[in-house]
Design a protein around this ligand. Structure first.
Ligand code: KG4
Ligand code: ZN
Length: 342
């Protein structure tokens, strides 16, 4: 039980700083975004080919005050309109998370508001509630830079694990393959762009499942396949057909996600699915997931702005945490590099 559970309308200020985006949003009743401010550090990390944790933390420190101020201004609200402060406490880079967590603690203490520590993964799932009428139960395919999984969202706060990656995450594979193709970080959007001008000419490895096999994801074999293909071409002095490699990789990476989701739908008989996480922005994944509709499955996707890291999804998740009656977090809440998928 918490003091807000029965309140008619809830306005939540949410902060997210788990990786390279400093973000703050004001969200009403889990589904309406009043403001969504994101200061991205992509340009800063690009020269290193990926996120440098120490640099990310320092830049969060520089950005966070203005990002929070702007989120309040854009939402046209003051601290008096805010019912609770929410913050991502994990999973993510601990030093980066600590900036958001400590700022949120300071706000909650100074404003005398309850603080709710929210899991980043739950936030990605909750991105599907924004501007939508989606309600549980449904299956969620989560694919980001750090996670690849299918979970059963039995209720807003009851999530059970069905299948996950044995090695790399899907987004991580996009980023690594982009790197060997000489494309900038983050690789997902770059691969997608190249793939538009390419053809699927390489048959790339994906796990195959028999009728009663346990389901899982695996991206390291696919990644190694592309690395070897590129190295062989480079050794022979051949020009890299980057667009065809990108199209073939994307098709394989996405078919693994879409085919496994389809199998889980078949096995469980569930007729409602959502996709979430940075890779859910991928146009090929959205196209492949939408094919499930022909089998009578209702398919939900977050809007593109809410696929990659943002704070609106944290505010949406916090609303459902509060409504479930969870206690507010104490001011001793700590940042966590990993958080169980529950
Ligand atoms: O959810 P997210 O912003 O951060 C994590 O929680 O990891 O996901 C970032 C990941 C990166 O690996 C990025 O390359 C990938 O999502 N991504 C995409 C696309 N947009 C972002 N992957 C494929 N296609 C995209 N359009
Ligand atoms: Zn994320």
């Amino acid at each position: 039980m918490n003091c807000l559970q029965d309140k008619k309308s809830l306005t939540i200020l949410a902060i997210e700083s788990s990786c390279d985006e400093t973000a703050c949003a004001v969200v009403r009743d889990g589904r309406t975004v009043l403001s969504n401010v994101i200061a991205t550090q992509i340009e800063i990390h690009r020269r290193f080919g990926g996120v440098v944790p120490e640099i990310a933390s320092r830049n969060h420190t520089l950005a966070i005050e203005n990002v929070v101020r702007e989120a309040l201004e854009r939402a046209n609200v003051t601290k008096d309109d805010i019912d609770a402060v929410a913050v991502t406490y994990g999973a993510g880079l601990v030093g980066a998370l600590l900036v958001g967590v400590n700022f949120a603690k300071g706000l909650a203490y100074a404003w005398n508001k309850p603080l709710f520590a929210i899991s980043h993964v739950k936030g990605h799932i909750a991105a599907n509630y924004i501007d939508s009428t989606l309600t549980p139960p449904y299956l969620c395919l989560l694919a980001s830079g750090g996670h690849t999984a299918i979970v059963n969202v039995e209720d807003y706060e009851k999530v059970s694990f069905i299948a996950g990656s044995r090695d790399d995450a899907a987004g991580e594979a996009f980023d690594k393959v982009a790197r060997v193709l000489g494309l900038p970080y983050p690789g997902g959007p770059e691969i997608q762009k190249k793939a538009r001008d390419g053809k699927v000419v390489y048959d790339m490895p994906v796990p195959k499942f028999g009728k009663s096999d346990d389901l899982y994801f695996s991206y390291s074999g696919l990644k190694t396949f592309v690395i070897n293909l590129v190295h062989k071409m480079e050794q022979k002095g051949e020009e890299l057909p980057a667009c065809d490699i990108a199209a073939s990789f994307q098709a394989a990476a996405v078919s693994q996600l879409a085919d496994t989701l389809s199998l889980v739908c078949e096995r469980t008989g569930v007729k409602k699915v959502a996709i979430a996480g940075g890779v859910s922005a991928n146009e090929e994944l959205r196209r492949r997931a939408s094919e499930l509709a022909s089998r009578g499955v209702e398919v939900h996707y977050p809007k593109l702005t809410y696929c990659t890291d943002n704070a609106a999804m944290i505010g949406a998740a916090a609303y459902f945490v509060i409504k479930s009656g969870a206690e507010a977090s104490g001011l001793d809440v700590d940042a966590k590099a990993t958080v169980p998928l529950k």
